[in-house]
Design a protein around this ligand. Structure first.
Ligand code: AMX
Length: 440
């Protein structure tokens, strides 16, 4: 058994009594009330999910297993001469809650290396896609098609106790995560490089190998590590994490669950916002004939977008009420490595002008930038100019957190998810009776 799996097994055994006790002794305790506004308004803020992998504080931002992003970057082991830690170490942290040693990270890296080879048919499925297909549709399909590899399915049909569900799920998760960089770079080569691909390098870690297969020199290996780490998890309620959890709760395989989460991520209000930021800025860049806009010109562009009834991509958030620390980490990277990049200058001006405008506009509850306002500019700077591809990169990162969650969902025997719905008629009648009661 790998070091990680052994450690995880011990953690699961320690954790199970906590969940069992909460359920058995306090299952009836009320933790939240739900308003009609929340039912119609996308269940915003309803406390109805549980995860120990990460927690999102509205003002502070994300913590992975209790650690803020700066702490994660400080504490996790890094490859030699790298600024950013191993992605493999992050997986160890998300799964076990512990900061791994260098040897423990190497163990995960070895596990990944053993599992990188992609079945032939996955390349064939990608090749069969018609031109002008969106890379997220290709990415999702390539993952779906691997459902036939599911070790969980085989074990399930052979008969397996519930307490063992997490083990084949863990195997499926590692098998899938190890293959995602190969799938993504193959899609990239097919769509944008006339199919000219670079073979995987068995000596490199996940981030380093991804940069190698993209054909981009240092510090793009660190860029990749940074990107995958900051996108990995954002507690459970966001569309992609929730979709992954929901689909997996019916005991669908990791492949079908992660593919579903990728589809959720591909919407412009969620992960696709990183593509939208670049698309929107390029429209402006064309109008400006490559000149850097003044603050007043930028303000006008932002107002024109709002007055046309559109959202400002990369700003706002359903939970956050301050600047997203994932934005800050990337901004710091830009200030250090690409302060003179013209697109960064656009993003920098947006950082100054958008929040006051959104406040004046008066709709968005959070006027501050989110992760997507800053991620595309870094990719663009290092030569990944095909912005439709950006959400695939987000997807690789998010898959790490979603897989960690699904493994724990199964370890703690969380049941199939099934909230209750009402009809509009019922809501109206409920309101009527409440108002009558009030008059009495
Ligand atoms: N520009 C313009 N209007 C915005 C806005 C923005 N960036 N953010 C929110 N609003 C508007 C909403 O559309 C809504 O308008 P409505 O009353 O006419 O329906 C109103 O402000 C209230 O929305 P909210 O409660 O502040 O946000 P929300 O929880 O409903 O939605 C989000 C959150 C992220 C979808 C929204 O802020 C948005 O559309 N942002 C732009 C897209 C984006 O950057 N998405 C990525 C988010 C991060 C991620 O998931 N990767």
């Amino acid at each position: 058994m790998s070091v990680l799996k052994e450690k995880l097994a011990a953690k699961i055994n320690e954790w199970r009594p906590r969940t069992r006790k909460l359920l058995k002794e306090h299952g009836e305790m009320i933790i939240d009330n739900v308003t009609i506004g929340q039912i119609i308004g996308g269940m915003r803020g309803v406390k109805s999910l549980v995860t120990d992998i990460s927690y999102l504080d509205p003002n502070e931002g994300i913590r992975y297993r209790g650690y803020t992003l700066p702490e994660v970057f400080k504490k996790l082991p890094k490859p030699k001469n790298a600024e950013i830690p191993y992605v493999e170490g992050l997986l160890y942290l998300l799964l076990t809650g512990d900061i791994p040693s260098e040897e423990e990270v190497m163990d995960v890296e070895d596990e990944f290396k053993k599992r990188r080879i992609l079945p032939r048919y996955v390349y064939e499925v990608i090749d069969a896609f018609p031109s002008l297909s969106h890379p997220m549709a290709m990415f999702s399909s390539a993952i779906t098609i691997m459902h036939r590899e599911s070790f969980f399915n085989k074990k399930y049909y052979a008969g397996m106790p519930k307490t063992s569900y997490w083990e084949p799920t863990y195997e499926d998760a590692l098998n899938l995560l190890a293959k995602l960089p190969e799938i993504a770079t193959y899609i990239y080569a097919k769509l944008y490089r006339d199919g000219k691909r670079i073979q995987s390098n068995p000596n490199l870690d996940m981030g380093g190998n991804f940069a190698h297969m993209m054909g981009i020199d240092k510090p793009y290996d660190d860029v990749s590590r940074l990107h995958f780490i900051i996108h990995s998890d954002h507690e459970s309620g966001n569309v992609s994490a929730h979709t992954g959890h929901l689909v997996a709760s019916s005991l669908s395989s990791i492949y079908l669950s992660v593919s579903a989460m990728i589809n959720g991520l591909a919407g412009p209000l969620h992960g696709l916002a990183n593509q939208e930021v670049l698309r929107w800025l390029h429209d402006l860049r064309e109008k400006m004939e490559d000149q850097i806009p003044t603050q007043n010109e930028m303000k006008q562009y932002v107002w024109d977008t709002l007055n046309a009834g559109q959202v400002i991509p990369g700003f706002g958030h359903a939970v956050l009420r301050k600047t997203d620390p994932r934005y800050t980490v990337q901004r710091e990277f830009c200030l250090k490595h690409l302060p003179e990049d013209p697109i960064f200058k656009y993003v920098d001006i947006l950082y100054k002008v958008v929040p006051p405008i959104l406040k004046e506009h008066g709709k968005a509850k959070n006027p501050w930038p989110n992760v997507d306002a800053q991620s595309g500019v870094i990719q663009w700077h290092y030569g990944v100019k095909e912005y439709e591809f950006y959400t695939v990169l987000f997807g690789i990162g998010r898959a790490i957190g979603v897989c960690a969650n699904i493994i724990w969902d199964r370890a703690l025997s969380y049941p199939i998810e099934r909230p209750k719905s009402l009809t509009t008629d019922m809501l109206e009648k409920f309101v009527e009776s409440k108002l009558k009661e009030k008059k009495k």
